[in-house]
Design a protein around this ligand. Structure first.
Ligand SMILES: NC(=O)c1ccc[n+]([C@@H]2O[C@H](COP(=O)([O-])OP(=O)(O)OC[C@H]3O[C@@H](n4cnc5c(N)ncnc54)[C@H](O)[C@@H]3O)[C@@H](O)[C@H]2O)c1
Length: 449
């Protein structure tokens, strides 16, 4: 099938490349001329494991091309995926201007019947509004919804091996087009869930809000764990081994971030309030998320109190490992909070330095490796659980530091090894470990976690 994908960001690039790998003829379209020029030159503007190689394969096979010429791409295509950004708006809802801007151009450019697939995450009811606009065209423009559940860092694997593929359509024709596109994955036995457009839209929001809620729940519980001397990692296993609950998304830490959870929770709240539905549960999810990072920073500042201009090594800036995405990253907020409190922050992240520098500028300093960030530091703050941080030699870290405090904001380090190197280990919702100390029951938790 000939497909145009409008928007070459994390979702559009991954979806378009994977659709090409499934055998379709794909044209990626973006308004960002630099981005398109880079892609045409074989350079991939985002970091996503395996994506560069796959783009090169698909462009070499002439199944994938890039352009800024939306009208031409739309004219050629039978199906147009819309994967543009839907950022938060200042009032707490979604800013859908890019989506409707793209849709209007698609409608103006279409010279025959087409299917418009909304891939962007949109509030329930948006597909219907797009369909009303599309109905004004002289050509039949079917509008379907196909929300994307991929996760940055594992995006290609998620797209090619989905838990479920959600089809939202109001006609059998719309469903048939989606089935044809995804036939190679249907043949491999992956789950298709067909439903109405609003249900598909709400499924995406509901999934993200549920995951965010689990994180805020365990984070709230981690505060109680600290107060009563419990270890939240043991508690997580105690809770998560119930098959009705499961252990995923129950890891305490500095909270969630990224381009999806914060804005989806806010938009759901906004929509419920505008419909006079009281969002009792959701109202606390983002509040708890924000408090978690503030509380964590408070603990770091307490540990370095009394030092004139404390030096902090910040390990990690991306909102999670295996991405360069810093949108709503708790690590970036933590950098800001520490700098505002008078700390000298030296940061290192394997992929997210350039993006952070564009946002934070000279508020903090940037280093080329972990040791440069850590040399002379009074405390290390682990804000992203990149594997490279987990495998550090703690004796070396101890030697180059000025102080002895290690703050593990992701509960990802081997606490015993940190303590054995003569360092203070502070985690989230876990009893602290003093230099030379160990932790009772750690092995059981580590094995299960
Ligand atoms: N990033 C994720 O992990 C993820 C996962 C699932 C769903 N989503 C949703 O997918 C959508 C896209 O997210 P993203 O992270 O890929 O965004 P992004 O900001 O990385 O990419 C969006 C791209 O769209 C382009 N664009 C904007 N208007 C355009 C137009 N009129 N014509 C052509 N291109 C245009 C931008 O230049 C940009 O390159 C959002 O709705 C998001 O909520 C994101």
């Amino acid at each position: 099938m000939n497909i145009a994908v409008i928007g070459c960001g994390y979702v559009g690039l991954v979806s378009g490349t994977c659709l090409a790998a499934l055998g379709h003829q794909v044209t990626g379209v973006d308004v960002n001329t630099q981005r398109v020029a880079a892609l045409q030159a074989g350079k991939v503007p985002i970091y996503e494991p395996g994506l560069s190689e796959m783009i090169l394969q698909q462009t070499a096979a002439r199944r994938l091309t890039f352009t800024t010429d939306l009208p031409a791409a739309v004219r050629e295509a039978q199906v147009i995926f819309v994967a543009v950004g839907t950022p938060p708006s200042p009032n707490g809802g979604y800013d859908l201007s890019m989506l409707f801007g793209a849709v209007e151009k698609i409608i103006q450019s279409a010279q025959s019947s087409k299917t418009i697939v909304i891939k962007s995450t949109v509030p329930p009811g948006t597909g219907e509004k797009v369909a009303q606009l599309a109905a004004q065209s002289n050509h039949r423009l079917e509008v379907v919804n196909n929300p994307e559940f991929l996760r940055e860092g594992t995006a290609i694997r998620d797209f090619m091996n989905p838990d479920r593929i959600v089809f939202g359509a109001s006609t059998a024709d719309g469903l048939a087009v989606l089935r044809e596109i995804y036939q190679p994955l249907i043949d491999r036995g992956f789950n298709i869930l067909s439903m109405g457009r609003a249900s598909a839209e709400l499924s995406k929001f509901g999934a993200n809000a549920m995951l965010a809620m689990r994180i805020s729940f365990i984070n709230e519980l981690s505060r109680l764990a600290s107060a009563v001397g419990a270890d939240i990692e043991s508690v997580r296993m105690g809770i998560g081994s119930d098959p009705r609950i499961g252990p995923a998304f129950l890891k305490a830490g500095i909270g969630y971030g990224g381009s999806c959870f914060p804005k989806d929770v806010a938009a759901l709240l906004h929509q419920m309030e505008s419909l006079k539905i009281e969002p009792h549960l959701l109202a606390g999810v983002e509040k708890a998320n924000q408090q978690q990072r503030q509380h964590f920073v408070g603990r770091v500042l307490e540990a370095v109190a009394g030092i004139k201009q404390p030096e902090i090594a910040l390990w990690g800036l991306a909102f999670k490992p295996d991405t360069d995405d810093i949108r709503e990253s708790p690590a970036v907020d933590i950098a800001r909070l520490l700098a505002t409190a008078g700390c000298k922050v030296r940061a290192f992240d394997p992929e997210a330095m350039d993006n952070t520098q564009r946002v934070l500028g000279s508020t903090i300093s940037y280093t080329t490796d972990i040791i440069s960030a850590t040399t002379g530091a009074d405390a290390v703050v682990v804000a992203t659980d990149w594997p490279i941080f987990i495998t550090q030699n703690w004796h070396t870290i101890k030697q180059v530091m000025r102080g002895t405090h290690i703050f593990d904001g992701r509960n990802c380090l081997a606490s015993g090894k940190v303590g054995a190197a003569g360092l203070h280990y502070h985690a989230v919702g876990r009893p602290p470990i003093s230099p030379g100390g160990g932790r009772e029951g750690t092995v059981g938790v580590v094995v299960a976690g």
